[in-house]
Design a protein around this ligand. Structure first.
Ligand code: ATP
Ligand code: F1X
Length: 308
């Protein structure tokens, strides 16, 4: 079984707006709302792939209820810890010039008692899981090294830990050697301090990150595919050109693809191929954390993986 952790879930609202820019007033011509936060997007895609998945994290208030209802509708197992605070909302503004503007709330304050209840549930689930996918930012009052704690507990139970987060939470997480990490280019720049303009800058940053002990290191590059490091070898993954409608959640869909392919024990190149295709398939859909399995198959045939 795969478990996803979303410590800071969110009700994601996507506003479709014509000619969006700074300082204007805009009428929204289409709104979409999903139960989001990275880990929930991951769970939705794992469910679409047909693998059992359970979800953990913190949920509270009216937004928490909305997310619970959505999980029930999708038949996704909900092991979230109930909290007093209100789960956040995040807004994405998509415009006709293909711009994507995201406004992310910081999330509720979590109490010590709520953290303890979460950790109890987590320890239970570690005994039943093959893979943990922990994704996204930390809500308020969660210690910055919290992912590190979760990784250490997973290691004791021999459970593979996939970490997809940013900033300080990623820095601390890396110190505990997760099985797989997947920063995007912005997250890589933030963590290494290297501004990336050229492939040389990119490879320099990958080298800095490779000082941490991580089994699979993935740098996702949006429509440019990704760079993957495994067993001291570097791979460049080129994905086909597609008609991208909404690439928010492509990273999460890629993580879902990795978790699924690793759980099913695919060989290494097929793992990269499958995960990348899930990321690309998400960009072809209106919804966030949504894939069409027929598109995944077609994309897989058109991905090129080369050794660097
Ligand atoms: N426009 C696109 N065209 C083709 N493939 C894409 C596109 N955007 C994303 N992908 C695929 O999805 C993968 C992950 O995308 P990306 O690097 O945008 O992740 P991310 O920034 O973590 O996304 P998010 O945080 O919104 O989930 C890429 O490596 C690629 O395989
Ligand atoms: O604040 P975080 O947790 O880093 O990111 C939150 C978020 O932007 O990530 C997802 C896309 O990957 C969205 O569903 C969600 O709103």
């Amino acid at each position: 079984m795969i478990a996803t952790i979303t410590l800071n879930p969110s009700v994601d609202k996507r506003y479709m707006v014509k000619n969006f820019n700074k300082n204007g007033v805009f009428r929204v011509h289409q709104v979409e709302v999903t139960a989001g936060g990275k880990g929930l997007n991951v769970a939705r895609v794992i469910k679409q792939l047909g693998e059992p998945v359970v979800t953990l994290g913190f949920l509270g208030g009216a937004n928490g209820e909305f997310i619970e209802n959505e999980l029930n509708k999708m038949g996704i197992v909900n092991l979230f810890t109930k909290i007093k605070g209100e789960t956040r909302s995040c807004i994405a503004i998509l415009s006709n010039d293909y711009s994507q503007t995201e406004i992310l709330e910081s999330g509720p304050k979590i109490t010590k008692h709520e953290i303890d209840r979460f950790l109890n549930e987590y320890d239970n689930i570690l005994k039943k899981s093959k893979i943990i996918c922990a994704s996204g930012s930390l809500p308020q009052n969660i210690p910055v090294d919290f992912y590190s704690e979760l990784i250490n507990r997973a290691k004791k139970e021999n459970v593979k830990f996939i970490l997809d987060t940013s900033g300080e939470a990623l820095k601390y997480g890396l110190k505990s050697s997760p099985f797989l990490v997947k920063p995007n280019i912005q997250e890589l720049q933030d963590i290494t301090g290297v501004t990336i303009n050229t492939e040389r800058d990119l490879l320099k940053s990958v080298k800095i990150l490779s000082q941490y002990t991580v089994e699979i290191l993935v740098i996702s590059l949006g429509s440019e595919g990704s760079i993957v490091m495994y067993n001291d070898k570097l791979y460049k993954v080129t994905v086909p050109k597609i008609n991208a409608i909404n690439s928010i959640g492509s990273g999460d869909s890629m993580i879902a693809g990795f978790a699924f392919a690793i759980a099913r024990r695919f060989d290494f190149e097929k793992i990269i191929n499958f995960a990348s295709a899930c990321g690309t398939a998400n960009a072809m859909e209106k919804g966030t954390g949504m894939i069409n399995l027929k598109n995944v198959e077609f994309i897989m045939e058109n991905i090129v993986i080369s050794k660097l």
